[in-house]
Structures are given as C-alpha cells and as structure tokens.
Design a protein around this ligand. Sequence first.
Ligand SMILES: Cc1cc2nc3c(=O)[nH]c(=O)nc-3n(C[C@H](O)[C@H](O)[C@H](O)COP(=O)(O)OP(=O)(O)OC[C@H]3O[C@@H](n4cnc5c(N)ncnc54)[C@H](O)[C@@H]3O)c2cc1C
Ligand code: FES
Ligand code: FES
Length: 480
Amino acid sequence: MTHGISNQLTLTINGELVCLKNADPTRTLLEYLRHSDRLGTKEGCGDGDCGACTVALIGKGADGKPHYQAVNSCLIPLGAIADREVITVEGVANGQLHPVQTAMVDLGGSQCGYCTPGFIVSLFAAYYDRTLDDMAIEGNLCRCTGYLPIRRAAQQVAAQLSNISDTFSYALEQAAVDLTPVNYGNGDRQFYRPVQLVEVFTLLHQHPNATLVAGATDLGLELSWHRQQYPVMISLEAVAELQILEQTAESVEIGAAVPLSHIEATLHGVFPSLDEMLHWFAARQVRNRATLGGNIGTASPIGDLPPVLLSLDATLRLANATGSRVLPLADFFKGYRQTDLQPGEVIVSIGIPKAIAPGAVRRLSQSYKIGKRGTDDISIVAAAFTIDVDDRNQILHARLAYGGVAAIPARAIAVEQFLIGKPWNIATVQQSKPLLEEAFTPLSDLRGSADYRQRLIVNLFEKFFVEMDSVTRDSVEVQA
Ligand SMILES: Cc1cc2nc3c(=O)[nH]c(=O)nc-3n(C[C@H](O)[C@H](O)[C@H](O)COP(=O)(O)OP(=O)(O)OC[C@H]3O[C@@H](n4cnc5c(N)ncnc54)[C@H](O)[C@@H]3O)c2cc1C
Ligand code: FES
Ligand code: FES
C-alpha cells in the first residue's frame, strides 16, 4: 500500500484543476483557500459553529447520486478533498448572480457581509436539492442582519423554483461520485484514503500510530487550531464496508462511515428516537460529514447518539486484520474516553434490532437533548428511552440511557430492572424517581451544574411518560 505514494494532491476548485505539491494534507481546506487568495470564504470561529467558511463539495447523496453538500471548510483536512470538486462563494456567480444571490440582494439579506458567503453557499447547495428551508441555513450564524431577510430570501427562491438547468446542474450530472484511493506522502506527512477494509488493516500494520479519520468534524477542531500533529492519517470515508446502510425486517446495519445526513434521509421514520436526536445534532454542514463511527469513536460522555443507540440495544461490529467480533454498545465504553477498541481494530458498522420484546404489543421510544440553544450546540444532558408494553400495559422491556451524566454514555440499569413487570403509568414513574436520583453522580461544568443535571435525569423520564401518554390517548381518541 505504501508503494505508489505521490507527493501531489489534486482537487477542483470552481471548475479549475489545482495540483498541490508537497502540501500538508492535514492543513484545513479553509486555511488553504485563504492562503491562496480565495478570500471570499471567511473564517469566523474555526470550530464548525458559525458557517462563515461554508463551501460546497460534490459528493454522493443518500440516493447514490451526486449532490452539492454544504460543509465547513475549517474542519476538513486537504487530504480529504483529494480528487474532489469544491465550489466556493467565488464560483457561485458564474458570469451572473446566482438566483440565491439575487434574492439575498433583493431582500436585504446582508449587512456587514461577513457571514454572507457562508449563507450563499448553504443556500446554493440547498437550491440544487430543492430543500431551501430553515434547516438549510441552521449552521450559519448572522450577527447583524437578523435572520428574517435571509429566510425571506430562501423562501422567495424556493417559491420560484422550477426546472433547474444551468452549468451547476450540468456539472452534477457529469460528476463521478465514488471516491478514489489516495496515497499521499510529502516526507513529513502521509494521508491515505483506502477503499477496502483490508487495505485499512495493512496500513494500520505499517503505521500502528496512524490516526483514523472519518468526517473530521471532531478531529478537524484539532487541525483548525493546530493543537495536534497527525503524521499519518487514514481516512475511512471511501471504505466500501463502512459505507453500507442495509435494512431488513429484523434490523438495520449502518456502516461506521456513513454520513449522518444519509442516515437521516434513509432511516427516517424507522427509529423515532434516532430521528429526533439527528434533528438536533449539530447542523447541516456537520451532519453532511459526521459519522456514527466518529461519534462512538470519540467516546465522548456527551456524544448525542450513544444514548439513543444504547436505548435501542445497538451492537458494534469491530474488525482487525485477524477477524471481526460483535459487541453490545453497552460493553464498548470502558471509562472516560476509553473504549474496548483494540490496537488495529476499527468500528465497521452499527447494528440496531427492530424487534420489540416477545409478548409486547407496543414500543414507546423517544430521545431528548438539553443544550443551551436549540441548534448546533453540545448537550448538557441527552437521554433516550425505550419501553415495550404488553396488552395489559405491563412493562416487558425498559431502556433508559443518558449522556452527560457520567464519564461514559450509560444506562440506568437498576431503574430498568425495577420497571419490568410494573404497569406503565405515572405511579410507576413516580416510584422510579428515587432510583433514578441514585443512578448517576453527574459533575458540574460550564454548561450545567451537577444539581441541574440530576434534575434533568429524573424530569426527562417524566417528560417521556407524559409525551407518550398523550400520544397514546390521541391515537385512542382518533380510533374511537
Ligand atoms: C459545530 C459542531 C457541532 C457538533 N455537534 C454535535 C452534536 O450536536 N452532538 C454530538 O454528539 N456531537 C457533535 N459534534 C461532534 C462531532 O460532530 C461528532 O462526534 C461526529 O459524530 C464525529 O464524527 P466524524 O466522522 O466527524 O469523526 P472524526 O472527527 O473523523 O473522528 C472522531 C474520532 O473517532 C475515531 N473514529 C472515526 N471513525 C472510526 C471508526 N470507524 N473506527 C474507529 N475509530 C473511528 C477517529 O479516530 C477520531 O478519534 C459537533 C462538532 C462540531 C464541529
Ligand atoms: S469558521 Fe466558523 S464554521 Fe468554519
Ligand atoms: S451580515 Fe453581518 S454577520 Fe451577517
């Protein structure tokens, strides 16, 4: 695999082929753009939070076709852009203003203009997907115009959308979607993008200290702020085995490197608690890159998806050069930022069973995220609950999983056991409160006090009961 290493990275920016010799593949795309005088793309936060650096990448959508995908250029290492097409704000006009630019001008969507390139590119990408709604710009912050004129601009373009036929739609039709292998080295730094799992193992054998990277929405923060050096990076985003998304009547198998936006689109309606958490997970630009493997791989106690997966009894398929094993996610997290992942092992996929408990007639399942703001924020506490009941409303199966309340995402197992065999009613929920209060010992930090978290642990479960109860009553009334 280390044969055929090239010191040249090529990418296409606004239709122009760019060849970079001896570039640092861990430099962010934003840094490269700004140092190469493409100053339209702005740097606001360098953290993926503000959207000023948004560019569009052509990439494979959940439907397998090429799409423009808005991403944060401040988080993406150059190596990950090899052989890919990037559209920056400079490329959007193409001789005349793009309809999204015209609408922003007409409706006064810009004042100081610093955030505007990011909004334009987010709207540009949504234009070709015909998804010009608030979600298209949820990852873009504006501090002076106010959002109303920008939303009006988006609504105006959406209202006027008919057949799209322009150079950008043509470019999409012509675009290749499958990522090519990359073997890049410049003496100091190496960046690999293998396309098969076996190649990942070979590379890990050759470079035991290499860093795995998927969407880079976590690692990208280290790159953006130059906090860490990564001499050898192995990108997982082109590995076929990590890109599967398969559904049967019994279960769902999600490749570890599938972007969250694909999961959102493909599995919508299958697991309500997953739908809900994905809705509040970061913002569009991050979800276009972030993966489940990365969310689990960081082993963050405040990762939002592990509680959901724990509440659904998810399993992980882990593999190394000698074989693979399946491990319940509940056994994966060992301690603060520690996992059961062995050297040379990668997370290949995540399995989620669909079946409800034997004898159960109904599953109640939902997730909750409490942060300081709705969109694009880290959780103070995240929780996900699954309750299966029989035809007498007795609890047959219970999962209460939390993030942000312990060193690892964890289940309240004593409470789950207490609930089995009890009727699913408010009295049972009240009786479970003392046990829930003892289940975790949360810490205080900048986001919330230990006391606040402790209250959330209990109150979110109560909220779950109240919400599920009202849904059940509504559906009974509709049937009646
Ligand atoms: C603005 C912003 C908002 C965010 N909001 C949220 C949020 O709301 N909720 C939340 O939970 N997180 C959030 N995050 C964090 C991040 O987006 C998620 O953790 C994401 O799922 C990471 O996925 P990734 O593919 O980008 O991981 P990467 O950054 O590529 O990798 C993260 C870690 O996982 C390891 N890894 C990746 N894939 C594998 C694999 N297959 N096997 C083994 N190890 C692997 C990597 O080596 C690395 O250590 C946010 C980040 C940003 C920048
Ligand atoms: S600079 Fe703020 S999201 Fe990239
Ligand atoms: S126009 Fe000034 S920050 Fe948005």
